[in-house]
Design a protein around this ligand. Structure first.
Ligand SMILES: Nc1nc(=O)c2c([nH]1)NC[C@@H]1CN(c3ccc(C(=O)N[C@@H](CCC(=O)O)C(=O)O)cc3)CN21
Ligand SMILES: CC(C)C(=O)C(=O)O
Ligand SMILES: [Mg+2]
Length: 271
């Protein structure tokens, strides 16, 4: 049976939750078969697949299209669509319509919002309507122009308290889980202890209820990855070697070989 948001809530304090991003069907299928619990169609697609230098240009259409592809590749994992910059938190009607598209059109199971004061009421409304919301606090990359850099958040007592208060407010509003990004490990541990919903950390230390990373960082596909990510493979080197192999084989006239080529006997008299 496919994982539900209720199953995820029940994992609080239990076996660590695993979450990875994916942006296409075949990758999502591999991740799903690998037993990962949650697949996030992250707006990090802006950086890692669409060639932008931030997540800000990513559109609702782009996330919806990629989410639909991912959902087609997945059988077991929970599929979460990441709402892009300015697709929510402006007016309520548009926010609900955009979030609704992810479930109605793209077949996501839930959505994620970069959270703040402006998303407490919206989270409650979406929850009431039947759209499960994953909250996201700490480093929220859609605020890069306010933040000035992708630095650790909540490192002083006042900023930490603000995150704790917002975490509680979003739990109360009905969020089913909370991503904590690039915050001190001791702050993430405290929030994890205080909340009843599972926390999922990225650059937030070992004491959250789960971990999330960007797929490209995990397999070693990107040229660059954040300091808190770990590379568990070197897919980039594999790709480079396959591309070199192809170019060499064509240049040396070794590809295509006999086994790749079909001849039509009927043409023998003509040519
Ligand atoms: N490939 C990829 N992986 C990610 O995890 C990721 C993205 N892209 N794009 C969207 C956001 C941006 N993220 C980032 C990006 C950079 C740092 C980083 O380098 N932080 C340093 C320097 C901060 C600074 O001074 O600007 C640090 O030491 O905190 C952290 C998280 C996480 N997200
Ligand atoms: C890193 C995760 C939490 C994210 O928001 C994304 O990939 O866009
Ligand atoms: Mg994101």
């Amino acid at each position: 049976m496919a994982l539900t948001v209720q199953d995820l809530r029940a994992r609080k304090g239990g076996e660590p939750i695993t979450m990875l991003t994916a942006y296409d069907a075949p990758t999502a299928e591999l991740i799903d078969e690998g037993g990962v619990d949650v697949i996030l169609v992250g707006d990090s697609m802006g950086n890692v697949v669409l060639g932008y230098d931030s997540t800000l240009p990513v559109t609702v259409d782009e996330v919806a299209s990629r989410t639909a592809a991912v959902a087609r590749g997945v059988e077991e994992a929970l599929v979460v669509a990441d709402m892009p910059f300015l697709s929510y938190g402006t007016d309520r009607q548009t926010s609900i319509e955009n979030a609704g598209r992810m479930l109605k059109e793209a077949r996501a199971d839930a959505i994620k919002l970069e959270s703040g004061e402006h998303t407490v009421e919206l989270t409650e409304r979406l929850h009431q309507l039947g759209i499960p919301v994953m909250a996201h606090l700490g480093l929220t990359p859609q605020r890069i122009n306010e933040l000035g850099g992708y630095t650790q958040q909540g490192a002083d007592p006042e900023a930490a308290q603000e995150i704790v208060d917002l975490a509680r407010a979003h739990e109360e509003a009905g969020a089913f889980s909370l991503v904590l990004e690039h915050v001190p490990a001791n702050l993430a541990a405290t929030i994890t202890e205080e909340l009843e919903i599972p926390t999922i950390g990225i650059g937030a230390g070992p004491e959250t209820d789960g971990q999330v990373l960007v797929f490209n960082d995990v397999v070693g596909l990107g040229e660059w990855s954040p300091p808190f990510a770990e590379q568990f493979g070197d897919v980039r080197a594999e790709m480079e070697s396959a591309i070199d192999g192809y170019v060499d084989a064509v240049s040396d006239e070794e590809f295509p070989a006999e086994e790749h080529s079909r001849y039509a006997d009927e043409l023998d008299d003509l040519y």
